[in-house]
Ligand binder design. Structure first.
Ligand code: S3P
Length: 185
């Protein structure tokens, strides 16, 4: 069933890998009757390469340039529900763009839980480039610590996803968004 909401601004999901941005975004878009895009999927389609191959063959700076360009394009689409890649907040220009785009939700969870989720997911760790030389849990913990201030900077709403189903996360976002009249702060 589609839900009618009058707010016309976009909604972006940010957070580390494994926090459920894509699953939550798809359900949100369905509930709102709005378009959905996953920035990583769009980038892979536009470049004709997988993200691990971009990292391995062209390097992370190249990936970040393409990611920035893709974010610029996606944030021009009205009413879009957007799942972003976990590192999109690294660039100040992206953080600015996200804030201008609309309501930004930071999905977070304990790194150990994120590792379990990624290992249980077929598109899990094997399909994602390592971001540091540390092991999985240590890597996610380090990356979360480094990025937390950046996620916090852009977020209108922070949702702890641990102990919540995807649908409960969606409901929590919709409740908060409605309470705020669909406005970002
Ligand atoms: C990245 C997260 C990935 C993808 C790329 C880099 C990161 O997206 O954009 O591998 O820097 O955290 P997900 O968060 O969807 O895994």
């Amino acid at each position: 069933m589609k839900e009618n909401r009058s707010h016309r601004q976009g909604l972006a999901l940010v957070g580390l890998r494994g926090t459920g941005k894509s699953s939550v975004g798809r359900i949100l878009a369905d509930r709102l009757g709005r378009p959905f895009a996953d920035a990583d999927v769009e980038l892979e389609a536009a470049s004709g390469r997988s993200i691990p191959s971009i990292f391995a063959e062209l390097g992370e700076p190249c990936f970040r340039d393409w990611e920035e360009r893709m974010l610029g394009e996606l944030t021009t689409r009205p009413e879009l529900i957007l799942a972003t890649g976990g590192g999109v907040v690294l660039r100040e220009s992206n953080r600015k763009r996200l804030r201008e785009f609309g309501f930004v939700v930071w999905l977070t969870a304990d790194p150990a839980l994120l590792t379990d989720r990624l290992l249980a997911n077929p598109r899990g760790l094997a399909h994602r480039p390592a971001l540091t030389s540390a092991g999985t849990i240590a890597e996610l913990a380090d990356v979360l610590q480094a990025r937390a201030p950046l996620y916090r900077e852009v977020a209108d709403l922070v949702i702890e996803t641990g102990g919540r189903t995807t649908r409960q996360v969606v409901d929590a976002i919709l409740d908060e968004w409605d309470d705020r009249g669909g406005q970002s702060s």
